[in-house]
Design a binder for this molecule. Structure first.
Ligand code: AMP
Ligand code: MG
Length: 490
């Protein structure tokens, strides 16, 4: 909805649903208000539109204040929720919104539910020993990647704004601090269920499951097998999400169960990474020495995390049923993968050899470290630019040449023009490569240059289009920005 007056509240129906749960599910508390007046760094018009705010709202004198926690949201005292989770395979019995505060739960003009959450707005009872803050660098990363993943058509929490505070945050050195304003229908995680289950509070597990089903899966609420049906839905969404990540070369980096959304959204962007050169064992998180969350392991970890969720639901659903539902994961994942990769290759119809064709290509890519994004994007022009395309494969070029023969045989007499259009609508030209995110961060931090951030934002949020003014950001990392390390210290 357009909002030319820049009014900040376009008449949302605030609906405080989470706080209908008992008081030990959350803590109500104001944001901490760090430093002087906060500064809006960048905002996403398409995210703002989800809560009926037009771009005029960004110029409202209170926009940065309200959406960083400096100015309270009328009619909604903020809250933080408690959860637990398996971190790198180890159960931690109390985590929670340690630096996140929900400042609104609302229904937009279309009747869709949205929660508005601040990340980095101060300490909560769940902060443990940490400071409740986020640094500007990681906030820009989360902001850009949330919006990039959404533009790729992958389920995700959204980021409406990144807002800098005027006070430094102590990490290895003092860094500029910031708040990300996130939106999602719900931020409930697998770990919320694990928290109550592992304390033996099975009534609370049931309350939470009822809340989730009634609020977010109302179509299942009347079913007798509602809990099993709902778990089946979470399994299917998670399997599909894992396939979606694989198809664009996205590695989350910290797939702990407290970072797994009950709605199947990509959530909590930390040391994530997009593949440059294809390397199945790619580890994007410098702190993940054993490679638990390596690129090729993510689908398996998705299942591991669902098993942890299943354990937390044993008071609601018989174990044999949970097991049977989990057995469906592999099939949904495989089907989602082959469907997505058929589309990436521009294949029409389904043939028995398609999965093999995809695997052979991936093998050739891995052999010489072909750039993941450029290989698929370039495939739609391979007839015109065969030498350049084969050049992406390095040591795998001969294998790629052999593969092309099989590929052309599979394409048959398909209309090449229509195929190119289809392929370019699923193979992005721009993904948020690590070096690109780093370029945006350095521009803002070192030079106060928001223009570069804006150029990158426009490219990664319309990733299937051409952007002549941002052409450089479609490329693999330049040598001086190769192998940047990203860890959890954010
Ligand atoms: P993460 O792995 O970043 O998703 O964080 C795991 C847990 O640590 C969550 O409960 C976070 O809320 C909490 N946490 C991470 N960083 C901070 C911080 N700077 N201040 C307070 N809590 C934090
Ligand atoms: Mg987290």
């Amino acid at each position: 909805m357009d909002n030319p007056n820049g009014e900040l509240n376009p008449g949302w129906a605030l609906d405080d649903v989470y706080r209908r749960l008992p008081g030990h599910f959350y803590t109500t508390q104001p944001a901490e208000r760090v430093g002087e007046e906060p500064i809006l760094v960048h905002a996403s018009a398409s995210a703002a539109a989800l809560i009926d705010l037009g771009p005029g709202a960004f110029r409202h004198p209170d926009f940065a204040g309200v959406f960083s926690g400096h100015v309270p949201m009328a009619g909604f005292p903020p809250f933080a929720s408690v959860y637990a989770g398996h971190q790198f395979g180890v159960f931690v019995n109390q985590l929670g919104d340690g630096r996140a505060l929900t400042i609104a739960q609302l229904t937009n003009a279309k009747g869709e539910r949205w929660d508005v959450q601040l990340k980095g707005a101060g300490r909560t009872p769940y902060s443990r020993f940490a400071d409740g803050r986020a640094v500007l660098r990681s906030s820009i990363r989360e902001y850009l990647c949330s919006e990039a993943i959404a533009a790729l058509g992958i389920p995700t929490t959204r980021a409406m704004a990144v807002i800098a505070s005027r006070e430094g945050v102590q990490r290895e050195v003092v860094e500029p601090g910031a708040v990300v304003t996130r939106l999602a229908p719900s931020f409930i995680r697998f770990g919320h269920f694990e928290f109550f289950h592992h304390r033996g509070q099975t009534d609370d597990v049931k309350r939470l499951a009822d809340h989730v089903i009634e609020t977010y899966f109302p179509e299942l609420a009347a079913r007798e097998d509602r809990y099993a049906a709902w778990f089946g839905e979470v399994v299917a969404r998670t399997a599909d999400l894992m396939a979606a990540w694989q198809a664009v070369g996205f590695a989350h980096g910290v797939m702990n169960t407290d970072n797994m959304s009950i709605l199947g959204l990509t959530i909590d962007y930390g040391p994530f990474g997009f593949l440059d050169a294809y390397e199945p064992g790619f580890i994007c998180n410098h702190s993940d020495e054993a490679g638990r969350y390596a690129f090729e392991r993510q689908p398996g970890i998705g299942l591991w995390n669902l098993q942890a969720l299943a354990s937390a639901l044993t008071s609601l659903v018989p174990v044999e049923t949970l097991r049977a539902v989990l057995e469906g994961y592999a099939g949904v994942f495989r089907e989602a993968m082959v469907t997505r990769f058929r589309a990436k290759l521009g294949l029409s119809g389904a043939e028995a050899g398609d999965a093999m064709l995809v695997n052979t290509l991936l093998k050739a890519m891995a052999k010489g470290g072909a750039d993941y994004t450029l290989t698929f994007r370039g495939l739609s022009r391979v007839d015109e630019e065969e030498a350049a395309w084969l050049g992406l494969f390095g040591a795998g070029a001969e294998d790629a040449r052999g593969w092309l023969e099989a590929y052309r045989a599979r394409l048959g007499e398909d209309d090449p023009v229509a195929r190119r259009v289809r392929m370019n609508a699923v193979n992005p030209k721009y993904v948020l490569r690590n070096w690109v995110a780093e370029t945006a961060i350095r521009a803002v931090e070192d030079r106060g240059d928001v223009g570069t951030l804006d150029r990158i934002f426009r490219a990664v949020t319309a990733p299937f289009d051409e952007h002549p003014e941002a052409e450089e950001f479609a490329a693999p990392p330049p040598p001086q920005l190769c192998g940047l390390e990203v860890s959890c210290s954010s």
